[in-house]
Design a protein around this ligand. Structure first.
Ligand SMILES: NC(=O)c1ccc[n+]([C@@H]2O[C@H](COP(=O)([O-])OP(=O)(O)OC[C@H]3O[C@@H](n4cnc5c(N)ncnc54)[C@H](OP(=O)(O)O)[C@@H]3O)[C@@H](O)[C@H]2O)c1
Length: 341
């Protein structure tokens, strides 16, 4: 263990598309090892990247406070305990939680999402991908908020992504007919063959509105939307009576300088008696075991496919965040910093 802790701090708040220019790499001293009761010193092994991180850069109140200028950027991650003042997390334990873009950090039981031990033998990448927060989002967002019934039609946008691909496959496993939207032939092919969706629309190369209508002739019962904007409007247009729209995210607008006008067809919610509801996965953390148990069974039985996009190296951290917003990521976006010792 050296004496330097490399960090990527927020240099300025982005206006428009977030990029490496908004962050600065600095060398700070190692966190002090005189740990308070319950604290651990962590070496960061792997970072997860989520579109929500763009929102944490805005100077606006939200479900988590904004990252302050000059602070290391916040991120989900897996770390290894290298010093401990916590009997439940001895040296060597792999933990996950909310961390930062830095090589070492103090894990605090009073933190926003405190470090929790990974089940023995879980590789860091799996803890952040198929068993990570995007899969919990998929599980609770689809089943609790969307409430799909066997035989219903489920439409999923961002379907080839970490959240969307798990949503689409859980819907299939629950006996629904699933139509996915994704950008580009390769992602669509993966959704057809590996994820076994009933139909896929390449929104970058097909007429979205028309194709949803053709593929969902009796209307969409559950629309799980990760994209927002025109995609949300197109989905609303094809909802069936008493349908449910799960507002999971709106990535198409996260880098907009000014918000776009909302969907122009919201009155269809009234005439078709549609329920549209947002949710945040953090509200479901006390039920995480339920989702992990179900996901474990599906993974063990080969019923869920997933992909990981693992970048490597400290220098690449800010450019890796940008990959989410240009669709370069193929599956859950991760970055590896170190192997466990
Ligand atoms: N509510 C919650 O608690 C919660 C929790 C986690 C995630 N989310 C939301 O879930 C969504 C997916 O997150 P994720 O972590 O699973 O990321 P992801 O889907 O793995 O990656 C983002 C994908 O979004 C698509 N995309 C990017 N810009 C787009 C645009 N302008 N228009 C249409 N699609 C675009 C790209 O796929 P294509 O190549 O197919 O365009 C990209 O690969 C996000 O909206 C996120 O905010 C919500």
């Amino acid at each position: 263990m050296g004496t330097i802790n490399r960090q990527w701090i927020l240099r300025e708040r982005p206006v428009g598309v977030v990029g490496p220019q908004h962050f600065e790499q600095v060398k700070s001293p190692m966190p002090q090892p005189d740990l308070a009761a319950g604290q651990v010193l962590l070496k960061t092994l792997m970072l997860g990247f989520d579109p929500a991180m763009r929102g944490w850069l805005e100077d606006a109140p939200s479900y988590l406070p904004p990252v302050a200028i000059g602070e290391p950027m916040r991120a989900s991650g897996v770390g290894q305990v290298i010093e401990s003042n916590n009997d439940a997390l001895p040296v060597g334990t792999l933990v996950q939680g909310l961390m930062n873009w830095q090589e070492y950090s103090i894990g605090d039981p009073k933190g926003m999402i405190p470090p929790t031990a990974l089940p023995a033998g879980t590789p860091p990448n799996l803890a952040l991908s198929v068993f990570g927060s995007t899969s919990l989002t998929a599980y609770f967002g689809l089943l609790d908020v969307g409430q799909p019934q066997p035989g219903e039609t489920v439409l999923v946008s961002g379907a080839a992504g970490a959240t969307g691909s798990v949503v689409a496959q859980i819907a299939r496993l629950k006996g629904c007919r699933v139509v996915g939207l994704a950008g580009g032939q390769e992602k669509c092919e993966w959704l057809r063959t590996a994820c076994k969706l009933d139909a896929v629309i390449d929104y970058k190369n097909e007429a979205l509105q028309q194709r949803i209508g053709e593929l969902c002739p009796e209307g969409v019962n559950v629309f799980f939307d990760n994209v927002g904007g025109e995609t949300l409007e197109a989905g609303i247009a094809h909802m069936a009576d008493f349908g449910r729209i799960v507002l999971c995210g709106a990535i198409s607008g996260y880098n907009d300088v000014a918000p776009k006008p909302g969907p122009r067809n919201l009155m269809l919610l009234t005439s078709r008696r549609i329920r549209m509801q947002g949710f945040i996965v953090l509200d479901y953390l006390d039920r995480a075991d339920e989702a992990i148990q179900a996901l474990t069974e599906w993974v063990m039985n080969g019923e869920i496919a997933w992909r990981e996009d693992i970048q490597e190296g400290f220098d690449k951290i800010p450019s890796t965040l940008q990959r989410l917003f240009i669709g370069s990521n193929v599956g859950k976006q991760l970055l590896k910093l170190a192997d466990p010792e």
